[in-house]
Design a protein around this ligand. Structure first.
Ligand code: PEP
Ligand code: CO
Length: 473
């Protein structure tokens, strides 16, 4: 628990914040920050604590995290319908994963704040012309002109407004509850029309049966749905302006979202991001790319979770399909030996990006599946828990990743490529992934705390003889 003095809480300001935009005017930034500091936080400390408790379950293998959404949200694409379809997709996937894993699935949107992007290069060159790179709608515009690419602090206020709107939509959706049978019928429709659907038919049918028996997940009609919001906490000026001390507990919380993560490019131990994250009490995550050493992972734990509070710290591993099997074991081994209760989550997206011949950034569906399979295999070997998935996805019918049931090819990418940054799975690819991941669980090994019918469904799945998928490798 953290009860910091103002000075300790501001220490990060003296350190280097990598990926910080070059705001053209400090005075203007200060004005925006003052404005933000006077606004209400977007999330409540109690909600953040609830998520920490859920993640503590995931650390023990008694829950599974499903975190997903756009790589980069866009101001101009704000749409209630699009938010709903993303939430519905997350829920459909959650039903599939819950029945396979026999544990509750914690649903966390990569949304309502995912407006800032770390970039590998500070500039972009098109047809011989070089301009500052696009850093997300919170910083500059995506259009290729000097004016658009100039960082504008006023965008931080817009970020607050659109995040608040998105959270309002999420909360209303959550209050509306869910008819799980109806929801799952959509997944069955997907199975019926998917070219590879036959493989999932039996399992999807078993889920339907369990839901009809009326006691799966407590009831087939959930009066409310629990949803959380998360984003990369990249822009510390924004995050700090929305950080508040909870008068009841004296603890400090980032008010911009329930869960924040530090990206692979900003996790330096002596950097401002780690120092700022150490001052907040939200559940937090760190992305760990292929360059991560076990020593760095242990040092991050010491800095960010000195009290070893279960649910506080999640490691989102993104090694790449061809590296996860030999890079993850050393991290899991050393962290487990240290006794730290981290949640291990697999991001099978960011280690598998490449450029298609057309110039589109893309990912192969099979690589994504292969990385998740490797992640599960490593945890099985160590007797540790595969605690969750972190996926870039959308409920829309985009053509950004290749492969999947419909076998999208490079020639399809131009048809509906809408991402402002990294390629997302479309709704069908995401459901495809959920069914394939369902096959990777080892039912019986994780069965505590799950509703009986879900345990039954998972046990029946085991007898069905599905093997841990190594599909697509
Ligand atoms: C991202 O999640 O979009 C991202 C940039 O990830 P990473 O920090 O893992 O590269
Ligand atoms: Co991304």
């Amino acid at each position: 628990m953290l009860t910091l003095t103002g000075e300790a809480a501001a220490h990060w300001r003296t350190l280097v914040a990598h990926q910080r935009p070059e705001w053209p005017s400090t005075a203007e930034l200060d004005e925006v920050v003052d404005h933000l500091a006077a606004l209400l936080p977007l999330v409540k400390p109690q909600e953040c604590d609830t998520l920490t408790a859920r993640l503590a379950q995931a650390a023990e293998g008694k829950a599974f995290l499903l975190q997903g959404g756009d790589c980069a949200e866009r101001f101009d694409c704000l749409s209630t319908r699009v938010i709903h379809s993303k939430l519905r997709l997350l829920q459909q996937m959650a039903v599939i994963l819950a029945h396979a894993s026999a544990v509750p699935v914690v649903k966390v949107g990569r949304m309502a704040g995912q407006y800032a992007k770390p970039r590998s290069r500070p500039t972009e060159t098109v047809a011989g012309r070089t301009l500052p790179v696009y850093r997300g709608d919170a910083v500059n515009g995506i259009g290729f002109s000097q004016a658009e690419r100039l960082p504008d602090p006023a965008r931080l206020l817009r970020m607050y407004d659109v995040s608040r709107y998105t959270l309002d939509v999420m909360r209303a959706y959550a209050r509306g509850g869910t008819d799980l049978r109806q929801l799952h019928r959509r997944s069955q429709d997907f199975v019926a029309r998917s070219p590879v659907g036959e493989r999932y038919e039996e399992f999807a049918g078993r889920i339907a049966q369990a839901l009809s028996s009326g006691n799966a997940c407590g009831d087939d009609r959930l009066p409310t749905t629990e949803l959380f919001a998360s984003h990369e906490g990249l822009l510390l000026d924004y995050e700090a302006a929305l950080t508040r001390r909870d008068p009841r507990s004296g603890r400090r919380y980032a008010g911009s979202g329930h869960m924040l993560w530090i990206g692979d490019r900003t996790r330096q131990l002596d950097g401002a991001h780690v120092a700022y994250f150490a001052t907040i009490d939200n559940p937090i995550a760190v992305k760990l790319g292929p360059a991560t050493t076990p020593e760095q992972a242990l040092a991050l734990i010491d800095r960010l979770d000195p009290d070893r509070r279960p649910g506080r710290l999640t490691f989102i591993v993104r090694m790449g399909a061809h590296r996860v099997r030999y890079l993850l074991p050393q991290l899991v081994e050393k962290v487990t030996a240290s006794g730290a209760p981290v949640v291990w989550v697999c991001d099978p997206m960011h280690g598998n990006t490449f450029e298609a011949p057309s110039g589109h950034k893309t990912r192969r569906f099979d690589d994504i599946v292969a990385e998740v399979a490797g992640f599960f295999e490593v945890h099985k070997a160590f007797g540790t828990h595969a605690g969750g998935l972190h996926i870039e996805l959308t409920g829309e019918d985009v053509t950004e990743c290749v492969g999947g049931g419909a076998d999208l090819g490079f020639d399809d990418l131009h048809r509906n490529y809408e991402s402002a940054c990294d390629p997302r799975l479309n709704a069908d690819q995401a459901l495809d992934l959920a069914f394939l991941v369902a096959e990777m669980f080892h039912p019986g090994a994780t069965g505590t705390g799950a509703p009986d019918a879900a345990v039954d469904a998972a046990a029946r799945q085991a007898h069905h003889g599905s093997s841990p998928a190594s599909s697509g490798t």
